[in-house]
Structures are given as structure tokens and as C-alpha cells.
Design a protein around this ligand. Sequence first.
Ligand code: ZN
Length: 323
Amino acid sequence: MNTTLSRRGFLGASALVLAAGLTTRVAQAADDKAGSTNQDASAKRPAWFSSPIKATKLEDDFYVLDGAGGNNAVHFDAEKLFFVDSGIAPRGQDLVTEALKLSPTAQTRILFNTHWHGDHAGGNPAFFKAGFTIVGSTACRVHLGQTIIFEDLPMTSEPSPENSRPVITFDDKIKFHMPSAIAITKIPPAHTDSDAVAYFEKYNILHTGDLFFNGAFPVIDRTTGGSLSGIIAASKTLLTFGDAKTRIIPGHGPLADKAALQRQLDLLNLTYDRLAPLAEQKKTMDEVLALKPLADLDATYGKGFLQSPMFTRMAYGQWLPKK
Ligand SMILES: [Zn+2]
């Protein structure tokens, strides 16, 4: 059964569902949305809704903002402002405010969406109202215009307003110079089929969007084209950007380096090696989940959105026929 929630609602519910690692928590998530005081739900409620946005200066004209959904980056001078991702819907305006504190006079304003998910593009309407031109992959624009019923999460994401979808789209690469060179590259389907990354050439900084969850099981959205094999390939591709000193801003988690990204690749390869033989034995999803094939990894990687049961479900999905 699918529960229809607004994009805004999706975020609260999905974070709770993901935190719990159980789809059966949707009812509780819905209660939480309605203002329930359920202790367990509130304990797991992400801080995105209320926490202050933390700004970390990497360079005089480059900051990472954290606390309103996926990690944001901002690169600016007095005339130009380039912003990566827009957070969850209720925090979009807070991010705009932070951006304009850094460059109050910038007239040329670009918002780049790494992908369509509501914790990265949910705040788009606030950015549109503040005069930002929104840029994203073609698939990002398409999905932001769709009603999407999630395969692994019993909920539906509603379309964004038309004026808050990317008005400039690309399918391969696009480059900005605001203020220094920013190379955007579309990545083949991995976390979703809409993922793109931003490489800031001057500072050797890579923003990966959700192709990289630093220190946690990554989300794989197979409803819109994500897959375990896709995110393995993407992790390998990302390792080729820059050099050994590249600073990496993950979609979620603390600022990272190549070693941390390599650890994600190791985790994904291990996952593949454990699940592929089960697929060869034609095991069903329920049979695989009953085996708890990744349970031992929870202690290290299960402290983020996902615990091993949901991650196993998302990863094993690629071997099953799509519904
Ligand atoms: Zn995502």
C-alpha cells in the first residue's frame, strides 16, 4: 500500500523509515508528520527540520553548509553565486539566507541540483523566488515533474512546481565559471539515473551528491534507475577525479578524502560478493533478508539513514524483476 505524501512529507517520513530500516514504520512516520509526540519517532527524527545550518569555510570564497538535508556547497564573489543543492523543502529559505549572507550583492545566481531527491532539490522553490537559475540533468528535471511511487519505501513523491525544476539541463557535461571553473559531469545511473557531480578545479574539491555517503550505507533508489552495480561503477569513476589530495564533499556525512571514498567502494564490493551468489541460487527477496547477509556491517555503517535490512533490500533489487 502506498501512502501519498507531499514532497515535504516524503522527507520526514522517508528519513524515519530509513532510520528505522523498516517499512512498517510508515504509520509512525505519518503520525510524526501530524505532530505525534511518539518518543521513538522523535528520537529518530532527523535534525534537518530544526537544527541550525552549520557553515564550514574551506576557502575564503567556498563554504560547505550542513544541516538542511544533503550537504550544500557555495562558491561566490561579489557578483556571482554558485550553490549546490537546496535541502529539504522547509529549509530552502534558510539556505538562501545563508548564501546571501556570504554574497549579498551577487546578481548572477545559479542553483545546481546533483539529483532529484527531496533532501537535495526540495528547497528549489525558495531558490527560484530568490532569483536563482536552476540547473540539473535532464533526468533530474523529468523526475521533479513526476509523481514517483517508491519501490522500497511505501510512499509517493509529488511533483515540484514547474518553475522550481531545472530550466537549464544537460546529459553529459556542462561548465560554469562563477567565480572559478566548475566542471559538472553526469554520471551513468547509480544512486538514481539523474546523478551529476561538481568538480571545483581551482580548489580540487569534488561534490559527489548522493553517489557517496561518507561512513554509512548509501541509499540506492532503484525506482528511478539506481542499482548496486551502478553505484559501484560510479564510486570507481569518482576515484579518478582530481588526485590523492582531492577534498570530497559527500551527499551525506563529514567532509572526506579519497581514502574514505575507497572505503565506500570496498563496502559495495563486499556487498556484491555476498549477494551475487544468492542471486545465482535464485533466492527471493524474503529469503535473502532472512539470511541477514550484511548484519555484521551495521556496527560500522548502520549509524546513518540505513541499517543493513533496508540496504540489503535496495542492493539485492537489481537481481529481481522490476515490478
Ligand atoms: Zn538522494
